[in-house]
Design a protein around this ligand. Structure first.
Ligand SMILES: Nc1nc2c(ncn2[C@@H]2O[C@H](COP(=O)(O)OP(=O)(O)OP(=O)(O)O)[C@@H](O)[C@H]2O)c(=O)[nH]1
Ligand SMILES: [Mg+2]
Length: 511
């Protein structure tokens, strides 16, 4: 049988085996109908893989076999005498209800699609499996088996291997619930070797997909930097009268700033999900991503060390000038500050130049500028302190979130994904906080950056935090920081990319 012009693959297997799940992960589409009810997919459906407007590959989803025994019997009687038995089968049984699903399965096969046979190794080999494998052999299409285990145990591996080795060109272990982006590429690269006629086209397609992946990463890092920029530009103001309770105003402004920061993070995450084609908004996150960004637990794990913050702060101070240092000092962004907002500045008078300062635990918010008497009152303006530890934390959380969006398989419908790899090995620089567990080592996050890279971060923050930033300087600082963050994302994704199973090749058989 002649393979079709565009590489085309038809996913085949028992009902409820995980065919649609595999499809969703490979085509990065989380809207496919996946369910633990057998018989969910009822018709052959094509899912083109596109780069831009060009279709570079097609995957077909199919229903599970319904009448393997009778179909097998027909193939035994007719296949030898036919050029294209699957097409002949459809011709003979198109209108017969009992072979409705088989006709759907054979449709793409008869048109030249290669077969991907999905096998759950946790299930024993049944007679229907043998019949289906025999049918697929008689169809004569190139075919490979993709194996995984739903319960994580491959107690039937030996029997399946024996069976599959006989009738499939290759067997590739691939779990559509845990596969990383690299696993997906590795699978495609293995598939590439299946059909010599498609090798060139597949090679082009894989290269185009890799390029597209780079574009998505760059777009996500841009979302992250735009979020930082907007947060650095955040200003919240209230007019104070002489009889106002100043502390109450501080608390209100603090809350407004906090909420605005949280909104910005939500916006960044939504845009990142869109970039990577995730429509699902209800992921179960590891705690350092699901907890409030202002929480102490998050600060303990993410962001820069005290020493690094001082270093970054010096760069920022050099750009912004002495204003923040003179009025805020270390207390507003020091680690382990008192929980809750605390007024730390001299605020007795409502004079035009007075500055009220408040802190978050571990984060700087401020200064509160009290200025310009207006209508008998004064304006109190709050912003996140540019030297706040918050920015390092936001970069780290952003990187971890992007990593999740890159690697989260689109076929994963429940919340079985494991926690992200932030190891608690305690080898990182310790903070001087009594009774706290050792700070976890951050694997490929901003704490591992060089002094030069921290200066790049400080320069971007310093320029972006100004009320009026020079656009040329800002673009330049942003481009430099983008390179640093992109490199870090590369390191982070490589660190989680340990193939769970080694790829297995079985001898190639002749057709
Ligand atoms: N643990 C685990 N479960 C999986 C995997 N793939 C599929 N499942 C689960 O198996 C069930 C069936 O998945 P589907 O992808 O709908 O199976 P299907 O073969 O398309 O089923 P039909 O369309 O009914 O023939 C769902 O509950 C999936 O979550 C996997 O790789 N690992
Ligand atoms: Mg299905």
């Amino acid at each position: 049988m002649n393979p079709s012009h565009i590489p085309s693959f038809c996913v085949v297997g028992q009902s409820n085996q995980g065919k649609t799940t595999l499809l969703a992960t490979l085509t990065e589409d989380d809207r496919l109908g996946i369910s633990n009810m057998p018989g969910t997919t009822t018709a052959a459906t094509d899912y083109p893989v596109k780069v831009g407007d060009e279709i570079i590959m097609v995957f077909w989803d199919t229903p599970g076999f319904e009448n393997s025994a009778d179909a097998h019997q027909w193939f035994q009687e007719h296949a030898d005498r036919s050029q294209n038995p699957s097409a002949e089968f459809i011709g003979a049984f198109r209108d017969q209800h009992e072979f409705r699903k088989e006709c759907e399965i054979f449709k793409p096969i008869s048109e030249g699609a290669a077969v991907i046979f999905v096998v759950d190794l946790s299930q024993r080999v049944r007679e229907t499996d043998r019949q289906q494998i025999a049918i697929l052999r008689q169809c004569g299409s190139p075919r490979l088996a993709v194996t995984f285990s739903k319960d994580g145990k491959d107690r039937n591996l030996e029997k399946w291997t024996r069976l599959l080795t006989r009738d499939f060109n290759i067997r590739i272990p691939f779990n559509a619930h845990t596969a990383t982006i690299s696993d997906r590429f590795r699978l495609l690269e293995r598939i590439q070797t299946l059909i010599p006629e498609w090798e060139g086209t597949m090679d082009k397609a894989i290269r185009a997909l890799k390029k597209d992946q780079e574009r998505k990463r760059s777009e996500a890092v841009s979302h992250l930097l735009s979020m930082l920029q907007r947060i650095l530009k955040l200003r919240k103001s209230k007019t104070l009268n002489a009889d106002h309770d100043r502390k109450e105003i501080h608390v209100k402004l603090e809350q407004e700033i906090r909420n605005a920061v949280l909104d910005e993070e939500v916006r960044f995450r939504k845009k990142t999900r869109e970039t990577f084609g995730h429509s699902d908004e209800h992921w179960t996150m590891p705690k350092i991503l699901s907890n409030d960004v202002f929480s102490k637990e998050v600060r303990k794990v993410l962001g820069l060390t005290k020493t690094q913050l001082t270093m970054v702060g010096a760069t920022i101070g050099g750009i912004i000038g002495g204003f923040f240092d003179a009025h805020v000092g270390g207390a507003s962004w020091g680690l382990g500050a008192a929980i809750g907002a605390a007024v730390v500045g001299a605020t007795a008078n409502l004079g035009a130049d007075r500055v009220a300062l408040i802190t978050f635990p571990g984060f700087g918010l401020g200064p509160f500028k009290l200025s310009s008497k207006r209508l008998g009152g004064v304006n109190a303006t709050a912003q996140v302190h540019p030297k706040s530890a918050l920015f390092g934390v936001l970069i780290d959380r952003g990187l971890l979130y992007i990593e999740q969006a890159i690697n989260r398989p689109h076929g994963l419908t429940d919340d079985t994904r494991v926690e992200i790899p932030v190891e608690n090995t305690g080898t990182a620089e310790q903070e001087n906080e009594p009774d706290t567990p050792p700070a976890p080592q951050r694997n490929g996050l901003s704490r591992t950056w060089s002094i030069g890279e921290h200066k790049i971060m400080g320069k971007f923050i310093g320029i972006a935090a100004k009320n009026v930033s020079d656009p040329i300087k800002l673009d330049d600082a942003r481009a430099k920081l983008k390179r640093v963050v992109m490199k870090q994302l590369e390191i982070l994704t490589l660190s989680v990319d340990e193939p769970t199973e080694s790829l297995v090749t079985v001898p190639v058989i002749e057709h």
